[in-house]
Design a protein around this ligand. Structure first.
Ligand SMILES: [Zn+2]
Length: 317
């Protein structure tokens, strides 16, 4: 079996409701393209990361009903410790009715923002920001770190980028200081490569969930040892949210981009296929191609990951 754009649901028999808890919406008029493909694959809701003017535009033209909105906090303000700017961003999120705030700390952000200062997510400077988020009951959607492979190849300047472990420890410090803050650590907590560590973190922090975004990262890493991955997912099935990180309205995204990601993830979670080539490039794999080895999860577990856990966190589904 392989992905067939002319028969995009090939190999998928289940009809389950799905919330895609991580998409980026960069333009109002581009959104229907994402929605069209998502709908075909059973996606009924999104956590949509979109700035206020996009949110307003979607609300105005009546296409926002399926979206729970996340506010993207300014990346440069984190890098430069601009606390007033971060606090006013939280105010803006509240003012515009966002239930979720998104934070991106992929180490590249220190290059993009031309930061000269050493960075730490757990710096006491940020305490008022996280305290406000916690007090206001906003949900944090956070990108803490990148694939292990990037630390081996790109982030070799440890002083600047920190190690992956350091970044994860900083995030755990923030969770310790803000015990009632709800957080979703995206990309499987940045740890699909180390499920033992991820298990310990989830056990320590009951208000923490993880998402399955980045189709290629999940399929590459969780497909390596199916027994361990399956055991982890069964143990933590109330803490995992289905998500893709698909983006719409930024660059020229083809129909194939949407269909191939949704197909690959669903095949991965729902079926027992082995050794199917991922239908798009995975440049993060030092030994390509990335192959799909299906996890064949039981339906009640899929229902948790696809819908119930999102309902529990976002309430308003
Ligand atoms: Zn994202």
């Amino acid at each position: 079996m392989k992905f067939d754009f002319k028969d995009p649901l090939k190999g998928l028999d289940l009809k389950l409701k799905i919330c895609d808890s991580h998409v980026h919406i960069w333009a109002v008029d581009a959104y229907p393209k994402l929605e069209k493909w998502a709908e075909l694959f059973g996606i009924k809701r999104f956590l949509g990361i979109a700035q206020p003017e996009i949110k307003k535009g979607l609300e105005k033209n009546g296409t926002s009903a399926n979206i729970i909105f996340a506010y993207y906090m300014p990346v440069d303000a984190w890098a430069h410790y601009d606390i007033p700017k971060l606090l006013s961003a939280v105010d803006e999120a509240i003012k515009f009715g966002y239930p979720v705030v998104k934070m991106w700390f992929g180490p590249r952000f220190l290059d993009l923002t031309k930061s000269e200062k050493e960075f730490s997510i757990s710096s006491p400077n940020f305490d008022p920001v996280f305290s406000k988020i916690e007090e206001q009951d906003l949900i944090v959607d956070i990108h803490v770190a990148d694939p292990d492979y990037w630390y081996q190849t790109t982030y070799t300047n440890v002083k600047k980028y920190r190690t992956k472990k350091t970044a994860l420890n900083e995030f755990c410090c923030v969770l310790e200081k803000h015990p009632s803050m709800k957080a979703i650590s995206i990309h499987f907590g940045s740890l699909p490569e180390d499920l033992n560590l991820l298990s310990n973190i989830l056990e320590k922090f009951p208000n923490l969930s993880i998402d399955t975004a980045s189709t290629k990262w999940m399929i590459r890493e969780l497909g390596k040892n199916l027994e361990d991955s399956r055991e982890f997912i069964l143990n933590h099935s109330d803490r995992i949210l289905f998500a893709t990180d698909l983006s719409v309205g930024w660059g020229d995204r083809t129909d194939n981009y949407y269909a191939s990601r949704y197909w690959s993830q669903r095949i991965f979670w729902e079926t027992d296929v082995k050794g199917i080539e991922l239908p798009f490039d995975d440049t993060d794999n030092p030994n390509p191609p990335t192959l799909i080895n299906g996890l064949n999860l039981p339906v009640p577990i899929l229902q948790n990951i696809y819908w119930k856990n999102a309902l529990e966190i976002f309430k308003e589904l």
